[in-house]
Design a protein around this ligand. Structure first.
Ligand SMILES: [Zn+2]
Length: 283
């Protein structure tokens, strides 16, 4: 499941082909993904210039020249592919349309953007740009972890008195938008905080340290994603999935990366999700 850094990588990868360019032809091959497409979806997109491609949480937002915004959510298995990009990032020809290629944008610059989603948990919507923050998927989201309103005093206030584990609090999208399981595990490791600790019991100093750590964990991953765009592995034009090494995530029973720690990474289940942590470093 793509997390914020993966979505940001997809956005970065799409931008050269889409930003400032006109969707010469939008093709929609089925009536729905997770939800039905908006009415006359293909028709409303065709001929529109994409003024700006931005991201909110795990959603890609394409602001169009007619005051509407295209919202894209990759869901669990959604993939974006760019082919025929004139800038030479993805030099191969357009592939034959494959099974599960649900939406195709042919841009005026020759690039083709293909959205493939076998499980169809993805979503696309179209609504007025000035109402995008009111969209049901976006309305209740907390601040962006990389944005200015996410800071020490904000996080302290949100965690204060909370009896849920810190892990669950950080996954709560109303507190921070776009933070998912992988990067919460990694951030808690770097901050030496046990995922089981009650949110309200994390010391002020540790909460203060957590803010820049969360940013750094995400920025490191976004950087790795950026490198992957220039990497030969992306020669098929698929965006957003990249090799990235983790300190704790997926490392059950492996030795802790902290110098002089002889701990072993443990996996526990919290609220149905796996938490990976070092019981020696994280208290
Ligand atoms: Zn350790």
């Amino acid at each position: 499941m793509p997390e914020l850094p993966e979505v940001e990588t997809v956005r970065t990868g799409l931008a050269p082909s889409m930003e400032g360019h006109v969707i010469a032809c939008a093709t929609v091959n089925r009536p729905d993904l997770r939800w039905p497409f908006p009415e006359r979806f293909a028709e409303r997109l065709t001929g529109r210039r994409v003024e700006r491609l931005r991201r909110r949480s795990k959603y890609i937002l394409g602001d169009l020249d007619n005051g509407e915004t295209l919202l894209v959510h990759l869901g669990m298995s959604g993939r974006m592919t760019v082919s025929g990009d004139p800038l030479g990032l993805f030099v191969h020809e357009h592939p034959k349309t494959a099974k599960h290629d649900h939406v195709i944008f042919d841009m005026d610059n020759g690039a083709r953007i293909t959205f493939n989603d076998p499980r169809r948990f993805g979503a696309m919507d179209l609504l007025p740009t000035d109402q995008i923050d009111l969209h049901p998927l976006l309305a209740k989201l907390g601040p962006e972890p990389l944005g200015n309103t996410f800071d020490e005093s904000y996080l302290l206030e949100k965690l204060q008195g909370r009896n849920t584990p810190i892990k669950s609090a950080l996954l709560d999208q109303r507190i921070i938008a776009g933070l998912g399981n992988i990067y919460v595990c990694e951030a808690l490791f770097r901050a030496n905080i046990s995922p089981r600790r009650k949110a309200g019991n994390v010391s002020k100093a540790k909460v203060a340290a957590l803010v820049p750590i969360i940013r750094k964990v995400l920025q490191d991953a976004i950087e790795a994603g950026g490198s992957s765009l220039r990497d030969f592995r992306q020669a098929d034009g698929e965006l957003g999935y990249f090799q990235h090494s983790f300190d704790v995530y997926g490392r059950e029973d492996a030795p802790c990366h902290t110098t002089d720690c002889d701990g072993v990474i443990r996996r526990i289940t919290q609220a149905g999700r796996s938490s990976f942590y070092c019981p020696q470093c994280q208290r």
